[in-house]
Design a protein around this ligand. Structure first.
Ligand code: B12
Ligand code: SF4
Ligand code: SF4
Length: 542
């Protein structure tokens, strides 16, 4: 598979003259997975999102200084492979990294080559149903990578160059960029650009030998090799380790991985990373805002204890299924041998799917349809505890609006991630945002086929126009301003089919209304919903 040229002019990072637009950057490789038919609008994973313009933080450009490598690139890679489980090198000019080049140079102004290191994770640990075992292996693998990074940096120094490591996972620039792209570069893209594997349907990087059982880190160096050497070293893999078996889709407890190529970032994030930033935000806000009785309803002792553990030790991820059920690393045997497949389904897929989907507590984004499906009325936030069974079960609804962006640009770019597809059945419309004031601009939001795209610019005949000060819409988005009041007082002006705006609080969930009247209306609606023939039907798109 050849590395495709970028469909759009590469850099400067503002091809449309707009800062902070990430809509221009296509996914730089063949799209992962078995794309089941094109829909009216592309999946968000067809873009290299997200993207941050470092010029907005500091426009100073430091002229890069490179150090000519004293040895051939092939020898360099061969030596690095004696340090790490696998390794590759790509040039900073590789088209797959074009959207992040400025940001990489923000991290290290003299970056010329990217050395990507692969750490193999122990498969039985990742496949364990006991979560701490998988978590421990993840952190041990990170430790191994840190150590190798340091060895590679020392090796580069012996060659007359300089280098630094980025970050494998944490820490990220949370204090500066929350809630936006807080990581410095995408290791998955570097690893695929280096020809070490391919990003699969799960959106995990599948290494040519280790499959999904690997972590990745990147060392940035000023060492410079010949252009021809880079091309030779980063030959794309000529086969695809992803079997397109969709086991990751089936075993994902949050339905974040969609067979049609979409990925629900917040569904995974709010569950798997519950004991990290989202849970901590919730705890602090609930402590400051919720009455004691409400707090009791929202927080179980086990949830508070889990958060303590994550903060006292390290973040415990609540799910690894898209790694642990992925057969890419036994690609051939799985493909050709029916007995291998049967054993895999029996001993790996089914137990892990059951435990992570059914036995574990689930953290689900609070939407009207989630409440209806789970039977959780307004004022309540979880399914009732079951004292007859050991362990934590059931579902806790979490508020997406608690993950709050801080600026208008991020809000618009992230709207596709706030978007809840299950609330968009039958909707097909285009909305023109005309945002006045500092930081404002024109944006087009398109909803169709349970997908949502946003791009900067204007459209000829939108179905709906939303005209307001960008800061007003940000206030509404953050739950600080009432949309009803803004509509009544002219803070927000609508044009076209105004009723479409009524769908926004469902599509981009806001805090649910509470109180006895709400509860009564909800119960009435639910009894109607239960009687409807389509209630409980499974969604084939999932
Ligand atoms: C952001 C992030 C996440 C996000 C988004 C995941 C994703 N698919 O990108 C969340 C929180 C959901 C996540 C979850 C997990 N992650 Co993670 N994550 C990252 C991180 C920091 C960047 C990912 C990236 O490169 N995205 C860019 C593009 C190319 O990826 P993409 O899939 O095409 O696009 C997604 C993102 O851009 C995201 N997105 C889009 N817009 C926005 C906006 C914002 C604000 C955010 C935050 C995200 C976001 O949604 C897109 C749809 O998938 C990397 C570390 C790093 N610095 O590279 C680790 C990394 C990708 N994660 C990793 C792992 C192991 C996991 C988990 C298995 C968690 C766990 N239990 O260990 C799950 C797997 C989920 C999955 N199926 O992808 C490994 C993957 C190793 C591998 N073999 O592929 C990495 C590489 C860490 C590492 N150093 O090894 N992760
Ligand atoms: S489980 Fe692995 S091999 Fe199968 S579709 Fe998902 S990523 Fe590809
Ligand atoms: S980590 Fe779990 S919840 Fe997140 S995408 Fe993978 S399987 Fe789904």
């Amino acid at each position: 598979m050849a590395v495709p040229e970028s469909h759009h002019p590469v850099g400067p990072a503002t091809p449309n003259g707009r800062r902070h637009s990430n809509a221009e950057w296509d996914f730089p490789f063949a799209l992962p997975g078995r794309w089941q038919g094109r829909k009216k609008i592309p999946a968000n994973t067809e873009r290299r999102q997200p993207w941050v313009d470092p010029d907005a933080v500091d426009p100073t450009r430091i002229t890069p200084r490179f150090a000519r490598a004293r040895i051939p690139l092939a020898d360099f890679v061969a030596h690095v492979k004696t340090i790490a489980d696998d390794a590759g090198v790509v040039s900073i000019d590789h088209p797959a990294l074009a959207h992040e080049r400025d940001e990489i140079r923000y991290v290290y102004p003299h970056a010329r080559s990217l050395v990507v290191l692969i750490g193999e994770e122990n498969k039985p640990s990742l496949q364990s149903r006991y979560l701490p075992t998988a978590n421990h292996e993840l952190y041990e693998c990170e430790e191994r990578l840190f150590k190798w990074d340091h060895e590679v940096v020392r090796y580069i120094r012996t060659l007359g160059g300089d280098a630094l490591t980025t970050t494998i996972g944490w820490p990220q620039e949370v204090s500066v960029r929350w809630a936006d792209k807080i990581w410095p570069l995408s290791h998955k893209l570097v690893a695929q650009a280096a020809g070490l594997g391919i990003i699969g349907t799960s959106r995990n990087f599948l290494h040519r030998r280790f499959g999904a059982y690997c972590l990745i880190d990147t060392v940035l160096t000023n060492l410079e090799f010949e252009d021809l050497e880079y091309a030779e070293a980063a030959r794309p893999l000529d086969w695809n380790p992803c079997l397109e078996c969709n086991l990751c889709v089936a075993s994902c407890p949050t339905d974040a991985i969609k067979a049609d190529g979409e990925f629900d970032f917040f569904a995974c994030y709010n569950h798997t990373y519950r004991d990290s930033i989202p849970g901590f935000m919730d705890l602090v806000r609930d402590l400051s805002e919720a009455r004691p009785r409400k707090f009791e309803h929202r927080w179980s002792d086990a949830e508070i204890a889990a958060l303590w553990q994550s903060m006292a030790f390290r973040v415990e991820y609540r799910c690894f299924n898209c790694i642990a059920t992925c057969p890419a690393e036994i690609h051939d045997a799985f493909h050709h041998d029916r007995a291998v497949r049967a054993e895999y389904v029996r001993e790996t897929l089914k137990p892990l799917t059951h435990v992570r989907r059914e036995a574990d507590e689930q953290f689900v984004i609070d939407t009207p349809s989630a409440r209806e499906r789970l039977g959780i009325p307004p004022g309540a936030y979880r399914t009732p505890p079951d004292p007859t069974r050991p362990g934590q079960h059931g579902t806790r609804l979490v508020q997406l609006q608690r993950i709050r962006v801080s600026n208008i640009d991020t809000m618009m770019r992230m709207m596709p991630y706030y978007f809840r597809p299950e609330e968009a059945d039958g909707l097909d419309f285009t909305c023109q945002f005309l945002l006045d004031g500092p930081g404002g601009g024109e944006w087009v939001l398109r909803v169709a086929d349970r997908r949502c795209n946003v791009r900067p610019g204007t459209v000829g005949a939108p179905d709906l126009t939303v005209h307001c000060d960008g800061r007003v819409f940000l206030g509404v988005h953050r739950g600080e301003l009432s949309p009803v009041w803004q509509l009544l007082t002219g803070g927000i002006r609508l044009g076209g089919q105004r009723r479409l705006f009524l769908a926004f609080p469902r599509l981009f969930p806001v805090y649910p209304e509470e109180g006895p009247i709400r509860r009564w209306i909800w119960r009435l609606r639910q009894s109607t919903w239960r009687r409807s023939p389509s209630a409980g039907a499974t969604d084939p798109a999932r």
